[in-house]
Design a protein around this ligand. Structure first.
Ligand code: HEC
Ligand code: HEC
Ligand code: HEC
Ligand code: HEC
Ligand code: HEC
Length: 231
C-alpha cells in the first residue's frame, strides 16, 4: 500500500516537473526578445538605412510553425535558421513601395500555367528570386541572360534593329538583351537600334552588383520612401 502511494507521488512530481519545464520553454519562446532579428548582411542598394520592420512584419500566433521550422533547421532539413515572430517577406511587402502599374514583367503574370517551365528554372513570380535581400547588391540573380527562359519565340514583324531579334536569338546572344532593354520597363528611354551601341554585359553585371546604372535616371514610377508608408 505505502509503496504504491510513494510511486504515485513520485509520478505526480514527474508530471509537475515535466509541465513546468514545458511552460518554461513556451515562456522563453514567447518572450519579446525572441522576436529580435539578427542582422543578416549588408542591405541592398537603396535600402541601406531602412528599418527592419519595413519588410519584416511580426507574425503572432504561428509559434508552432516557427518551432517546426527551427526543428527542421537543427535536423538539417532547412537551409536557414528562423527568427521567431516574423512573417516571410513576400511580394506584397516589396510592392507597397514599388508598385509599378506598367511593369512589363509583373510577378503575378508568371503564375499562369504557360510559365511553368520558367517557374521551375527561375521563379520569376517572386521578387526575391532576383532581388534577394541582405547581399549588398541590387540584382542578385547571377545570369544576365535569363531572358532565354521566355523569349525563344520572340520575333518582330518589322524589326527596327540592325541585327534582327531572330538572328540574336538563334545565335544565343542573350547577353545583348539587357544592353537595350531594362526588365521592368520603368526607365524612360529610347530603345537603341544598333547592337554595337548597346551597353556591354560587364556594365550590366556591375549594375547588378550595386554599381552605377547604365540606364537613364528618369523613372516612370518612383519608389515610395519609408516615411510615405505605415512602417
Ligand atoms: C527591404 C526589405 C528588408 C529589410 C529592410 C530588411 N530585410 Fe531582412 N530579409 C529580407 C528578405 C527579402 C529576406 C529573405 C527572406 C527569405 O529568405 O525567405 C530577409 C531575411 C532576413 C533574415 C533571415 C530570416 C529567415 O527566415 O531566413 C533575417 C534574420 C533578417 N532578414 C534580418 C533583418 C534585420 C535585422 C533587418 C534590419 C536591420 C532587416 N532584415 C531588414 C528583406 C528585408
Ligand atoms: C519602405 C519602402 C520599400 C520597401 C518595403 C522595399 N523597397 Fe526597394 N527601394 C525603396 C527605395 C526608396 C529605394 C531607393 C530608390 C531610389 O534610389 O530611387 C529602393 C531601391 C530598390 C532597388 C534598387 C533600385 C535602384 O535603381 O537602384 C531594388 C532592386 C529594390 N528596391 C527592390 C525591392 C524588393 C525586391 C523589395 C522587397 C523584398 C523592396 N525593394 C522593398 C523602397 C522600398
Ligand atoms: C526575373 C528577375 C526579376 C524579378 C522576378 C524581379 N526583378 Fe526587379 N529587376 C530585375 C533586373 C534584371 C533589373 C535591372 C533592369 C531594370 O532596371 O529593369 C531589375 C530592377 C529593379 C528595380 C530598379 C529599377 C526600377 O524599375 O526602378 C527595382 C526597384 C526592382 N527591380 C524591384 C522589383 C520588385 C519589387 C519585384 C517584384 C514585384 C521585382 N523587381 C522582380 C530582375 C527582376
Ligand atoms: C518569365 C518569362 C519572361 C522572362 C524571363 C522575360 N520575359 Fe520579357 N516578356 C514576357 C512576356 C509574357 C511578355 C509580354 C508579351 C506579350 O504580351 O505578348 C514580355 C514582354 C517583353 C517585352 C515587350 C514589352 C512591351 O511592353 O512591349 C520586352 C522588351 C521584353 N519582354 C524583354 C525581356 C528581356 C530583355 C528579358 C530578360 C532580361 C525578358 N524579357 C525576360 C515574359 C518574360
Ligand atoms: C540593339 C538594341 C536591342 C537589342 C540588343 C535587343 N532588342 Fe528587343 N527591341 C529593340 C527595339 C528598338 C524594339 C522595338 C520596340 C521598342 O522600341 O521597345 C525591341 C522590341 C522587343 C520586344 C517587343 C516585341 C513586340 O512584339 O513588340 C521584345 C519582346 C524584345 N525586344 C526582346 C528582346 C530580347 C529577348 C532580346 C535579347 C535576345 C532583345 N530584345 C535584344 C531593341 C533591342
Amino acid at each position: 500500500m505505502k509503496s504504491k502511494t510513494r510511486n504515485r507521488n513520485r509520478q505526480n512530481i514527474g508530471y509537475t516537473v515535466g509541465i513546468m519545464a514545458g511552460c518554461a520553454c513556451l515562456i522563453l519562446l514567447l518572450l519579446p526578445n525572441q522576436e529580435r532579428l539578427h542582422v543578416r548582411g549588408p542591405m541592398n542598394s537603396g535600402h541601406e538605412n531602412f528599418k527592419c520592420k519595413s519588410c519584416h512584419k511580426s507574425a503572432p500566433g504561428t509559434v508552432r510553425q516557427q518551432i517546426q521550422a527551427s526543428l527542421n533547421y537543427w535536423l538539417g532539413r532547412r537551409a536557414t535558421p528562423v527568427d521567431f515572430g516574423h512573417r516571410d517577406v513576400t511580394n506584397d511587402i516589396c510592392l507597397t513601395c514599388h508598385e509599378r502599374p506598367e511593369d512589363r514583367h509583373p510577378v503575378y503574370r508568371f503564375l499562369e500555367p504557360r510559365f511553368s517551365k520558367a517557374r521551375e528554372k527561375l521563379h520569376p513570380e517572386f521578387c526575391i528570386s532576383c532581388h534577394l535581400e541582405h547581399q549588398g547588391r541590387r540584382v542578385t540573380l547571377k545570369e544576365t541572360t535569363y531572358c532565354a527562359a521566355c523569349h525563344e519565340e520572340t520575333r518582330l514583324k518589322k524589326d527596327p534593329i540592325n541585327v534582327s531579334h531572330a538572328r540574336l536569338i538563334e545565335s544565343d546572344r542573350w547577353e545583348t538583351c539587357l544592353g537595350c532593354h531594362d526588365f521592368h520597363g520603368n526607365h524612360i528611354m529610347n530603345t537603341k537600334t544598333i547592337v554595337e551601341d548597346s551597353w556591354e554585359p560587364e556594365k550590366i553585371r556591375a549594375y547588378f552588383e550595386g554599381g552605377c546604372s547604365p540606364y537613364p535616371e528618369t523613372l516612370r514610377q518612383k519608389a515610395k520612401k519609408e516615411e510615405d508608408i505605415d512602417v
